[in-house]
Design a protein around this ligand. Structure first.
Ligand code: PXG
Length: 442
């Protein structure tokens, strides 16, 4: 342990998520405060947040209006059940969310995380097919390199080998995967959507032939895959998935946990790509990550079929103690008001070209083999060190933090997803630091 770690409280009790615990605890990186675009580390350094926390603090940190809403709600009513009871903030939050969801996806089911949103969406898909007499549709189609959280459902439809390996004997039984859409040979340094790759959606037809449409409940994809290294959908790809799903009566689920709430300059990626799914998951930016919250937005057809198809009584046997938790709901209301008042999504759209130019200016920098971007999401793929995949990006991440910039890494890809309030000078600072660091790391 380094000196600082030794002088701090005991780090051993917290078994940290998705963390190299032994490595971290021997040289911890701790954040103590946050405001706007910046964190403050526990040793008092200002850290530019290039990742909006974990793709979630879209309006910037500790915004006064959201802080006030959380404080007021905590004092007024800490908790109230939403099982056969209700409280105003949950209804208000759902109504505000539904103003921004695409198409007729205006029915909002509250959960507490992206993982729960995904598992909930999968269950709603099953319930929908069952309610309409097609209960044999139980198969899900995910995609390679997808991240859909860590529930058994999300892990099963996800496509990250490391996340599945230890649990592989206990995945959902009927799942298949589309190929992912990244092809550096064909589409390196694409700005926005690659021109190459729409045909990869036709793989869905192959899976439909293999399994028969009558067994398939839903296809789930992230419109832009974020956490496996920024995989931008090829032009026409999502439209093609939508067409094939419609042709075969298969539901299309967009996992918008990362792309939701303005990341692409529109409320959701569905509006950006002009493709409307049947179910849409969200979390993170829903309440600016001020308290755990996620949600599933369901189309009218799905909602009405499940609700009206049930006998009198509870229609969907699903929910969480904290579904629509008052503090999370109050934070969501304040967050969405703030997004609207400051036109944060339009702001993201305006900054996207500045971000695109700045990230692509790193083309030609040492180690870089591809740069990808869309909206305020960017990825820089590095050549891996021989025999040590991920080590180079990890070193770059640590060095960036030492130099006052927070980035994320996925394998050997550096990922960027700043708060949507980022200014041009901060974009310049972010990528200047990254460029310096890439010249310094082996
Ligand atoms: N779906 C998607 C598309 C996600 O990106 C989840 C579901 C799960 O959300 P919860 O709230 O259960 O964590 C996510 C989460 C990273 C990173 O570094 C990404 C996520 C979470 C943590 C880190 O890229 N995405």
């Amino acid at each position: 342990m380094n000196d600082r770690a030794a002088s701090m409280q005991d780090l051993s009790a917290f078994w940290m998520p998705f963390t190299a615990n032994r490595q971290f605890k021997s040289a911890p990186r701790l954040l103590a405060k946050a405001k706007g675009m910046y964190y403050t580390s526990d040793d008092g350094r200002r850290i530019l947040d290039g990742t909006a926390g974990l793709w979630c603090v879209n309006a910037g940190h500790c915004r006064d209006e959201i802080v006030a809403a959380v404080q007021a709600q905590a004092a007024e009513m800490d908790f109230a059940p939403t099982f056969q009871m209700g409280h105003p903030k949950a209804f208000e939050a759902a109504t505000k969310i539904a103003k921004h969801t695409p198409g007729d996806l205006k029915h909002i089911f509250f959960v507490n995380s992206g993982s729960e949103a995904v598992d909930t969406a999968l269950k709603i898909a099953l319930a929908y097919h069952r309610a309409r007499g097609e209960g044999q549709r139980t198969r899900f189609i995910g995609r390679e390199r997808a991240y859909h959280g860590v529930g058994f459902g999300g892990t099963s439809v996800g496509g990250i080998p490391a996340n599945r390996k230890a649990y592989s004997g206990a995945m959902l039984p009927a799942v298949d995967h589309l190929p992912h859409t990244l092809n550096i040979k064909e589409a390196a340094y694409s700005k926005g959507q690659p021109a190459w790759g729409a045909h990869l959606a036709d793989e869905l037809e192959r899976l439909v032939t293999l399994h028969d449409a009558s067994t398939i409940a839903a296809v789930i994809v992230e419109p832009v895959a974020g956490s496996t290294g920024v995989l931008v959908p090829p032009q026409g790809y999502l439209q093609r998935l939508r067409e094939i799903c419609d042709k075969h009566g298969i539901l299309l689920i967009f996992d918008e946990v990362i792309t939701g709430w303005g990341r692409l300059g529109t409320p959701f990626a569905a509006q950006f790509f002009n493709v409307t799914p049947d179910l849409l998951t969200m979390a993170k930016g829903t309440n600016n990550a001020a308290a755990p919250m996620g949600a599933v937005a369901a189309s009218k057809r799905i909602h009405d079929t499940v609700i009206n198809g049930a006998p009198a009584g509870i229609e969907l046997f699903h929910g969480y103690t904290y579904s629509g938790h008052p503090i999370a709901a109050a934070a969501a209301c304040a967050t969405i008001d703030l997004y609207e008042r400051e036109q944060i999504f339009a702001r993201a759209a305006k900054m996207a070209p500045v971000f695109e130019e700045a990230i692509h200016a790193l083309r030609g920098t040492r180690h870089v083999i591809d740069i990808r971007n869309i909206g305020l999401i960017g990825g820089i793929e590095l050549a891996s060190r021989d025999g040590a995949p991920g080590a180079r990006a990890y070193d770059a991440f640590v060095r960036c933090f030492q130099k006052g910039v927070l980035v994320r890494m996925a394998g050997d890809i550096l990922a960027f997803s700043p708060p949507l309030i980022i200014e041009a000078e901060q974009i310049a600072e972010l990528f200047k630091t990254v460029g310096e660091v890439l010249n310094e790391v082996d």
